[in-house]
Structures are given as structure tokens and as C-alpha cells.
Design a protein around this ligand. Structure first.
Ligand SMILES: Cc1ncc(COP(=O)(O)O)c(C=O)c1O
Length: 415
């Protein structure tokens, strides 16, 4: 029997019983009637940011200046933000810090993993990993002792088959930034450990959207972007996590004063802080961290499993509606439909994906285009409603039916 058609009323009902509905008001709504589906690129702004930053400028920078370090918690922010998001990635609060960007954290932890590895010379990854992840690895042979060999696999199966006693480190994006495919993190951690290798995960497209359980799945190291699903703000800090078993095994790659065991002792000799905190480098990005702290205040209140359930339901709804309303208009969902195999965004292929993305923008739906034919919608579960998903698909359908995306004004595609 065919499943019943989904209606707008169904979406309204789901909104009415959404346990996270109140969080929507905690984010700034856009002025125009726009639906932002780009949490995989830039999460929404917490509503408290403008007032918080105004008082930061007026009270802290103008009035207090350097006394701000004492009056406010600028030094503690990296650890406070890390603790606030820790439950979203299955980590202990003291093991996560918000600092630097993802690329720098990746370099810090890959090089650290190399030094504390048990065996092997091969660093394994896959060719669909995000470019910065690939580039960081390409730079490692010139930077590390011990002749690392970087092996970039062309498929997931090839990666699994390549794990051997010569594997030192496996580093992967938990969710592929293009296809939305999710790795089975526990499975890879197990295979890695059986071969004596360590794992480094990039959680940029999973944290704040789908379940991540670093401790239970026995991951070794993780990094991720703060400005995507976590709403840390443009250019906001990334984060890094080190399994407590590895925390004190070696000095960090960058022995900065913020990673010293006693920062204000101003000691001549370096003594690393305990655990992940030793990977803090220099002065935190205070202004950016003040922005991120507004999101951290929200994340502290969010129950992770409720968040993941809503994200799952939003994703299912989007897939079902795309199929129901648009499959005979050339839309074919290309992210995995099975929940356990997908990540934070839902994507589909269409011959005119680029112009379609532009036409959607003009109709107040913000998604993102990836060559050659993919359109992605990143789902921010704290502020999107089920009716938003309905409206998105209705607007898409209208554009497809009218073929307005073929208009010359939509042919210049932004990236
Ligand atoms: C998987 C992944 N890693 C890293 C980054 C960016 O890293 P960074 O914070 O160094 O710019 C992105 C950006 O989109 C990403 O998708």
C-alpha cells in the first residue's frame, strides 16, 4: 500500500509537538521571509549576540581594556565553549577546547597522533575528504620525522582494505561535505585499533546535527568547525578533542604559553598542561569567542538526543517531501536515505542544480550548490520548523514547474 501523502497540516502538527520549538526564538530570524538551509556552512546567529557584543565593546574594551582579562572570562572561554559542546560529541567536558581553526587543529592533532602512535608509517585517508584535510596531510612528509607515507584511498572499501599493521593513523571526515555520507565511526576505530593504528576525525559536518559519541566509539582524536551547525559565528573558533588516554603522552606540536601548565607563572621552561588543554596555543580570539559564547549558552541547555531526533525527523521529512513533490520534476535525492548512513545535510541532484540554487535564493530559500549537479540543504534543528521544510519544497516545486530556473539571470552561479 502506498504511504499517505504528507500535507502541510502534518508539518504544522509536528511543529506543535516539537520539544525544541522554543529554541527557535533564541536565534535571530532573518528580516525577509527567508529560510536558511545552510547550517552546513554557517549556522544561524543566536539572538543575544548583538547586545552581548555591544556591551563587550562598551564595557570591556572601551572602559576596562586590559582589566577585561580579570573582570570577564576571556581566558576561560576556550574551555567553557569546549565544555558546552562536549555532550554533542560524546566527550567529557574537560577534554574539548575551542581554539584556532579546523586546519590548524588538524595539523596539531595529526602530528601529535604521529608522535604517540604505536606502529606503522602510513597515514590513511580518502580522496573525497575536504580539501584542507587533504592538504594538511600532503604537507606532513616534509614536517615529520620517520618518513610518513600518505595514502589517499579512492573508495571507502579501499580504505578499509588498506588498514594493516603498517597503518599509523587513519584520518577521515565523519560526514562527507559533498555526498553527506557518514562513516561508521565505531567500526573504523575498532579496525584501526586492531591494526595498532590511531584515528583522527573531522566532525565539521556532524557535530550539532547527528549523533557523535567519541568516547563510546573509542575514537582517539577529533577536530571540527565551530561556525557550521554549532552557530559559533563567521570565522569562529574550531575545537579539538583528545582521548584522555592520549592526553599526557607527549608535548603538543605547538608548545604555546596558553598550553602551559601554569600560564601566568611566566616560567622559562615549558611544562605542558594536562590533557587536551596543552593544545591551546596563544592568546584566544577574544572577540570571536564572545560571539561563540552566546551559542555555547544555548548548547548547554540542549539535550543531545532530543536534538538528534529532531534532526533525523527534519531530514526524513525533507527526503520524503522531495520525493513526493519533485521526483517527477527531475529531482533525485543523492544523500543516503538511510539515517545511519547520512550526516547533517540533505542533497539532491538535478541537471540545473546551479541555476536552481540561484532561483531558490531569489525565492528566499538559501541552500548551496556543489559541482557538477548537487544542491545541499543543511538542517539546523534548533531553529528550523517542519513547516519550513514544507515551504522550501513548495518553493522548489514552483520553480521546477515553471522552469523559471532557466531564466538567464540565474545562470551565473555563485559558489
Ligand atoms: C570537513 C571540513 N573541514 C574543515 C573545514 C574548514 O576548515 P577551517 O576551519 O580551517 O577553515 C571545512 C569547511 O567547510 C569542512 O567542511
Amino acid at each position: 500500500m502506498a504511504s499517505p501523502q504528507i500535507t502541510r497540516d502534518d508539518c504544522l502538527q509536528m511543529d506543535a509537538s516539537d520539544p525544541l520549538a522554543a529554541f527557535r526564538q533564541r536565534f535571530q530570524t532573518p528580516k525577509a521571509d527567508t529560510i536558511f538551509l545552510d547550517a552546513n556552512s554557517m549556522g544561524a546567529m543566536p539572538a543575544t549576540v548583538p547586545a552581548h557584543m555591544q556591551s563587550f565593546f562598551d564595557e570591556a574594551w572601551v572602559e576596562l581594556r586590559r582589566q577585561g582579562w580579570n573582570h570577564f572570562e576571556w581566558m576561560e572561554r576556550p574551555f567553557q565553549i569546549g565544555a558546552a559542546i562536549s555532550h554533542l560529541i560524546g566527550a567529557e567536558p574537560d577534554d574539548v577546547i575551542a581554539c584556532d581553526n579546523t586546519t590548524v587543529n588538524l595539523y596539531k592533532l595529526l602530528t601529535y597522533a604521529w608522535r604517540v602512535r604505536l606502529n606503522g608509517r602510513v597515514i590513511l585517508t580518502e580522496d573525497t575528504n575536504f580539501p584542507t584535510d587533504l592538504y594538511v596531510a600532503q604537507g606532513l612528509p616534509g614536517a615529520l620525522d620517520g618518513d610518513p607515507v600518505i595514502t589517499v584511498c579512492e573508495s571507502r572499501q579501499q580504505l578499509i582494505d588498506s588498514i594493516s599493521p603498517d597503518t599509523a593513523v587513519i584520518y577521515l571526515s565523519h560526514v562527507d561535505y559533498r555526498s553527506g555520507e557518514r562513516w561508521d565511526m565505531a567500526d573504523i576505530n575498532r579496525r584501526a585499533h586492531e591494526a595498532g593504528a590511531l584515528t583522527v576525525w573531522d566532525l565539521s559536518h556532524s557535530a550539532g546535527a547527528i549523533p557523535v559519541d567519541l568516547m563510546t566509539s573509542q575514537a582517539d582524536f577529533a577536530v571540527g568547525c565551530g561556525y557550521k551547525y554549532l552557530s559559533g559565528g563567521p570565522g569562529g573558533a574550531a575545537y579539538c578533542w583528545v582521548h584522555p588516554d592520549h592526553g599526557d603522552k607527549a608535548w603538543p606540536t605547538i608548545c604555546g604559553w596558553m598550553g602551559h601548565g601554569d600560564v601566568f607563572a611566566f616560567a622559562t621552561e615549558y611544562t605542558p598542561h594536562k590533557g587536551t588543554w596543552r593544545h591551546a596555543t596563544g592568546t584566544p580570539a577574544v572577540i570571536a569567542n564572545e560571539v561563540f559564547s552566546c551559542a555555547a549558552d544555548i548548547w548547554r541547555e540542549v539535550d543531545a538526543s532530543t536534538l538528534w531526533s529532531k534532526h533525523r525527523a527534519l531530514g526524513n521529512l525533507m527526503i520524503n517531501l522531495l520525493e513526493q513533490e519533485c521526483s517527477d520534476l527531475g529531482v533525485s535525492v543523492n544523500t543516503p536515505k538511510e539515517y545511519d548512513l547520512r550526516g547533517g545535510h540533505i542533497g539532491f541532484s538535478h541537471e540545473g542544480a546551479g541555476p536552481l540554487c540561484e532561483a531558490l535564493l531569489a525565492a528566499g530559500v538559501v541552500g548551496s550548490f556543489r559541482k557538477p549537479d548537487a544542491l545541499r540543504f543543511g538542517l539546523g534543528a534548533l531553529y528550523l520548523s517542519y513547516t519550513d521544510i514544507w515551504t522550501t519544497v513548495e518553493r522548489l516545486k514552483e520553480i521546477l514547474q515553471s522552469e523559471s530556473w532557466r531564466d538567464p539571470k540565474f545562470q551565473k552561479v555563485s559558489v
